[in-house]
Design a protein around this ligand. Structure first.
Ligand code: SF4
Length: 289
């Protein structure tokens, strides 16, 4: 896989620093390879070439970027060259459970985005396929809370965790009363597609559990169209604001006249192709007053 930098609306950029990971999550759709990490000098050159100084945000993502050998140097490099840009880290945060490493990372990061799978340690580790990952993540969360770092959470909805969504959201609320939590639906591609019999749960199955988990106005739904929910819950549905591409499609011809269309990203084209779940979508002709 070549080195990739994605640009999105709002002058934001995402750097895919590696496709390697120290987890083996059952829902992951990242195309993995086993090449060595990219040459650091090459990465720096490409970043300077492709990302303007006026960038609003640079997100470092992967795979798992914290396992890249030059990760800490790279953070310093970004800070030095983009002093006015928000630097965000997308990470499973297991490495941040090591205090000295965390102390160095926190100096150069403005916001962390992480996935949190379950409040139940066994379920969490069953999803990451790494024993002890739950406790490492909780340790990292303690450091993040203590340092008052900005963080937000994704919960990817799977057969393993969909019945515990509300408890998991409340677990995070105890830690971080005001941080955003996004309930996300997986894209079935690469490993997640291979694991579909293990992890797939339909939109109609998850609907009541999601509605139950929307405990406050900082819990959002992502990658699921608003029409599957009752009217009062639709305000929690948000669109993709980072990487815009052609992965999404409006599933029905009736979508064209749906009044929710302007607040709908559509649905993953790939998922529709695999599961043919057209009947899940209910175009709305009129919104109740
Ligand atoms: S019916 Fe189509 S346009 Fe309307 S919310 Fe559902 S997917 Fe979106």
């Amino acid at each position: 896989m070549p080195f990739e930098i994605h640009k999105s609306i709002g002058n934001k950029f995402a750097i895919i620093l590696t496709t390697k990971c120290n987890n083996h999550c059952v829902y992951c759709h990242t195309e993995t390879n086993y090449e060595p990490f990219f040459e650091y000098s090459f990465v720096k050159k490409e970043v300077l070439k492709q990302i303007p100084k006026s960038a609003v945000e640079i997100q470092i993502t992967g795979g798992e970027p914290t396992i890249v050998p030059y990760f800490l140097d790279f953070l310093k490099f970004l800070r030095r060259n983009y002093p006015n840009t928000r630097i965000s880290l997308q990470s499973n945060i297991r490495m941040l459970s090591v205090k000295p490493f965390f102390e160095k990372v926190k100096e150069h990061i403005d916001i962390i985005r992480t996935t949190f799978h379950s409040k139940d340690p066994e379920t969490f580790d069953e999803i990451t396929k790494v024993k002890g990952s739950f406790y490492q993540v909780v340790k990292a969360l303690e450091f993040i809370k203590e340092a008052d770092l900005n963080i937000y959470f994704m919960i990817v909805i799977l057969k393993q965790n969909y019945k515990q969504l509300k408890e998991t959201v409340l677990f995070l609320r105890n830690f971080f009363p005001t941080k955003n939590v996004y309930l996300d639906y997986p894209l079935y591609l690469n490993r997640s597609l291979n694991n579909k019999d293990l992890i797939y749960v339909s939109l109609s199955q998850i609907k009541p559990h999601i509605e139950d988990a929307l405990v406050d106005d900082r819990v959002f739904v992502f990658n699921i169209p608003p029409c599957i929910f009752e009217d009062e819950f639709r305000k929690h549905v948000i669109g993709e604001d980072f990487i815009h591409d052609d992965r999404y499609v409006f599933p029905l011809s009736e979508c064209n006249s749906c009044v929710l269309k302007q607040n709908c990203n559509g649905y993953y084209k790939q998922n529709l192709l695999i599961f043919k779940n057209y009947s899940d979508f209910k175009p709305v002709k009129d919104v109740k007053k």
